[in-house]
Design a protein around this ligand. Structure first.
Ligand SMILES: C[S@@+](CC[C@H](N)C(=O)[O-])C[C@H]1O[C@@H](n2cnc3c(N)ncnc32)[C@H](O)[C@@H]1O
Length: 243
């Protein structure tokens, strides 16, 4: 039964929290396929659609081909983006995550997290959900897990309320930061507050659109030797740093 408001019903509209928990229950019930990666599927559909229409952004500066926000060919033909079979991009970012996990990224993270993860700035928890589905013990925090300008308020898994200071007391776990907000001081502050040994950062390199300069200086060198550069969509790279 859906908890979303039926215009014909007399019952009051569900609150955002009720909607979020109903959504979570539905996803958990659907969780039979623990390898599911609906965001990656969505991204591939967009790529295929726009490639077929000759509408992909060209690969430049060593980056992969990217889909445009909407299929420009469809728009030229008067097809509204809502009706485009390839879907749209920014809404997907808010619904799923700012970076797209693939199996290499997830297994690398699992490998460097022998005592589990603490994820800070987890948004709607898409990465935490994928990692939990693969048996990784994750404690995820975000100051606005239900709704913010960054995500659409439908958590994928349990994300606790908490900002970067929530990292305190989790030194036993690997710290995970996925696409920390651009030019914001909190990611660097979080690194300073973390007393553990390993940080996994998913985002763009120094000078890119994630975190600030101080963060990239503090992060140090990648020790995994993997740098999963541009494997999929907007995964800038996955970097594992020893403290
Ligand atoms: C670009 S979003 C990325 C969210 C998520 N990691 C993802 O990939 O979809 C940045 C996230 O940082 C969170 N954030 C903002 N200020 C924060 C703070 N002081 N401590 C921890 N997280 C914060 C926001 O709520 C938001 O969810």
């Amino acid at each position: 039964m859906s908890v979303h408001t039926d215009p014909a019903s007399d019952s009051p509209p569900a609150s955002p929290i009720e909607n979020a928990s109903a959504d979570l229950a539905r996803r958990t019930a659907q969780g039979a396929d623990r390898r599911a990666n609906p965001y990656l599927d969505h991204w591939r559909r967009m790529l295929d659609h726009q490639r077929g229409h000759g509408a992909l952004m060209p690969a430049i500066l060593g980056e992969r081909e990217q889909p445009n926000e909407y299929c420009l060919t469809c728009l030229e033909r008067g097809i509204k983006w809502q009706e485009q079979t390839g879907g749209e991009r920014k809404g997907a970012q808010k619904q799923y995550s700012w970076a797209i996990p693939d199996e290499d990224a997830l297994s690398t993270i699992a490998r460097f997290s022998p005592a589990g993860l603490v994820e800070i700035g987890a948004g709607g928890g898409y990465w935490a959900w994928m990692l939990r589905n693969r048996g990784v013990d994750v404690i995820a925090y975000d100051p606005a897990p239900l709704h913010s300008d960054w995500h659409s308020g439908k958590p994928w898994t349990e994300v606790l309320y908490g900002d970067h200071t929530s990292v305190i007391g989790h030194a036993d776990r690997t710290l995970l930061l996925v696409w920390p907000s651009y030019d914001d001081p909190w990611p660097a502050q979080c690194l300073e507050l973390y007393d553990g040994n390993t940080v996994i950062y998913v985002g763009e390199g120094h000078g890119g659109c994630t975190a600030d300069d101080r963060f990239h200086v503090l992060l140090g060198d990648d020790v995994s030797g993997l740098r999963l550069a541009e494997r999929v969509g907007r995964v800038g790279y996955v970097s594992v740093s020893a403290r």
